[in-house]
Design a protein around this ligand. Structure first.
Ligand SMILES: [Zn+2]
Length: 304
């Protein structure tokens, strides 16, 4: 299972508790979609069951404090495959350094004159940058494997018009072919490969690169709600001796302690520290008694 990015965890905890403007909401949606498609791509590679080692996400802060994050690395016996996974959906036209989104309009002639042009950067720039950072790190760690880099466009409907040949791009529909081709060029991972992965993992930092500024918040400024760990539902009331609760959306079942543990986790993610008993009592909207929270989380501290 791929680890959920920190900023996604934080935003999911903040969303029910504060106002999100459109920009922030879109950022949350982007992170969610990105994470979802990364998991889909992980699964496709995993079905191959080849003797390679899959590293799902790698973050690193290099010496000039540049943060780089890599979506997927596949270590084989003779090379490392480096993938950036993009969840773009709308078809685009290739314009060199930028991609232009094609805006569909029923009134085509009119729209061609006044149409708004939306563009974003060609991801090849990020791909090349990350490959350079990665190669520098490999050199430092004496990982002697060449790196081969690709962008995977994970959304099945995505398409780039006027794309010149020879780009390191893999569309979703081509992914299986791509893996088949790759398989003819790689050798199985060895013990040396395993060691390389261990060195690298030691340098894996839990870094998330925010491309959108998350507004400041405080304990006081956030809404107090007892959230379910699965969906965007919160608990309004429980009975005194209630032990289990079902999510109305996904029907998963949680114990009260699991719900409280999730509340503690959210608090820790948002404030980088653990709550005191009083904070946790407020944070969970006073739905659990102080006694219950105490017996779950604070008892040992006192005894020890
Ligand atoms: Zn649910």
């Amino acid at each position: 299972m791929r680890k959920k990015p920190n900023n996604l965890i934080r935003l999911e905890s903040l969303y029910p508790r504060m106002f999100f403007d459109k920009g922030l909401y879109n950022y949350l949606k982007r992170l969610r979609t990105g994470y979802l498609f990364e998991q889909i791509i992980d699964e496709i590679f995993e079905t191959y069951n080849y003797e390679w080692i899959i590293v799902k996400g790698f973050g690193f802060k290099e010496k000039y404090q540049n943060v780089f994050q890599i979506d997927l690395l596949i270590f084989t016996g003779n090379k490392v495959l480096h993938y950036e996974i993009k969840a773009y959906k709308d078809p685009v036209i290739y314009r060199g350094n930028i991609f232009e989104i094609i805006i569909k309009d029923s009134n085509t002639e009119k729209s061609n004159e006044n149409r708004e042009v939306i563009t974003y950067k060609n991801p090849i720039e990020q791909l090349n940058e990350n490959r350079i950072y990665l190669a520098q790190l490999f050199e430092k760690l004496n990982i002697e494997l060449p790196i081969e880099s690709y962008v995977i466009f994970a959304h099945p409907n995505y398409y780039i018009y006027e794309l010149p040949a020879g780009q390191p791009f893999v569309f979703r529909g081509q992914l299986q072919n791509h893996i088949e081709e790759i398989k003819n060029t790689i050798s199985p991972a060895t013990e040396v490969t395993q060691n390389y992965v261990s060195y690298l993992e030691q340098h894996n930092q839990d870094i998330t690169k925010d491309d959108y500024q998350i507004p400041n918040y405080t304990f006081e400024s956030l809404g107090k709600k007892l959230m379910l760990p699965c969906c965007e539902n919160h608990i309004v009331h429980i009975t005194k001796h209630q032990y289990l609760i079902n999510c109305q959306s996904c029907n998963r079942r949680f114990t009260m302690k699991e719900i409280a543990e999730h509340a503690v986790f959210e608090y820790q993610q948002l404030f980088n520290q653990s709550p005191t008993l009083n904070q946790l009592y407020g944070w969970t909207n006073k739905i659990f008694s102080r006694q219950r929270l105490h017996s779950w989380f604070y008892k040992q501290k006192k005894e020890g």
